[in-house]
Write a protein that binds this ligand. Structure first.
Ligand SMILES: Nc1ncnc2c1ncn2[C@@H]1O[C@H](COP(=O)(O)OP(=O)(O)OP(=O)(O)O)[C@@H](O)[C@H]1O
Length: 255
């Protein structure tokens, strides 16, 4: 199985608020292996974004240890991140946004046009490189954000409710695209409020308890990742059973 992509051991996180400390997360242990698509769900305020910030190296655990790719996580170095809002540079074209990410990743200038084409092709936007970011739809902007996060070929992608602001149809289409982002070496940690989205995307779903978030359920999702049309998968009895199990756990922790 190899070295884990993520290993959280006895991790707790508390935020300082004036003289007080707000317990936000843990204690919890969590491991993500190469090839895994882990989806984290839980009530509002249960520490899902905090968990991603710890893995991304944007925060350090108050206690316990976070290891990512075998070492302490360093913000902006090891992982790609996609947030709820695309956060593109409006003064650059779609292709320009990807080009900047490639430059930051140290890709030589001569290689960038081909890589821009490949990355935009991967998210179905090959034709849109010359457009301004405000000339493309919200769903397309989020695809650009995903392509940008993939520019540095990260082994780990962190996604914090990336489709929450999109309409239902666009959301389903993007879910289908995102499902193919893992391979034997890469992994994804994806946060959502949607139980449907979680079961559709995940190899494994973790449900966090109410604040401070602890692991209330850690459930493998043994649904086929390819070869079955998305509608058929969503309509299957196995899908419904898993959705019921996750929804039950979410209801229990929110009660
Ligand atoms: N910078 C901060 N300072 C103080 N408290 C914070 C800070 N960031 C988050 N918190 C608190 O920590 C807890 C967990 O927050 P977090 O954003 O991780 O939850 P979440 O599960 O992602 O929530 P949501 O689903 O609403 O986005 C919440 O109670 C929140 O108010």
């Amino acid at each position: 199985m190899g070295e884990p992509l993520v290993e959280l051991t006895g991790v707790e996180h508390r935020y300082r608020a004036g003289r007080d400390h707000v317990p936000a997360l843990g204690p919890l242990d969590l491991r993500v292996d190469p090839g895994e698509f882990l989806v984290v769900v839980g009530p509002s305020g249960s520490g899902k974004s905090t968990l991603l910030r710890l893995v991304g190296g944007f925060e350090r655990p108050t206690t316990g240890e976070a290891r990512v790719l075998g070492g302490a996580p360093v913000a902006g170095r090891d992982v790609g991140t996609v947030f709820q809002q695309p956060r593109l540079f409006p003064w650059q074209t779609v292709g320009g946004n990807i080009g900047t990410a490639l430059r930051w990743a140290g890709v030589p200038r001569a290689d960038r046009p081909r890589r821009i084409r490949d990355l935009l092709g991967q998210v179905g936007l090959a034709e849109l490189a010359p457009r301004r970011t405000w000339e493309v739809s919200g769903g397309q902007q989020q695809r650009v954000a995903i392509a940008r996060a993939l520019a540095a070929r990260p082994r780990l992608l962190l996604m914090d409710e990336p489709f929450a602001a999109l309409d239902a149809l666009t959301r389903e289409r993007l879910q289908e695209d995102v499902r193919s982002l893992t391979d034997d070496e890469r992994g994804v940690v994806f946060v959502t409020h949607s139980v449907d989205e979680a079961v559709f995307l995940a190899d494994r779903v973790v449900v966090l308890s109410d604040r401070p978030g602890r692991v209330a359920l850690d459930l493998p999702v043994p649904l086929p990742r390819s070869g079955v049309p998305a509608d058929e998968l969503r309509g299957s009895a196995e899908f419904a059973a898993l959705r019921g199990e996750v929804a039950g756990a979410v209801r229990a922790v929110a009660a």
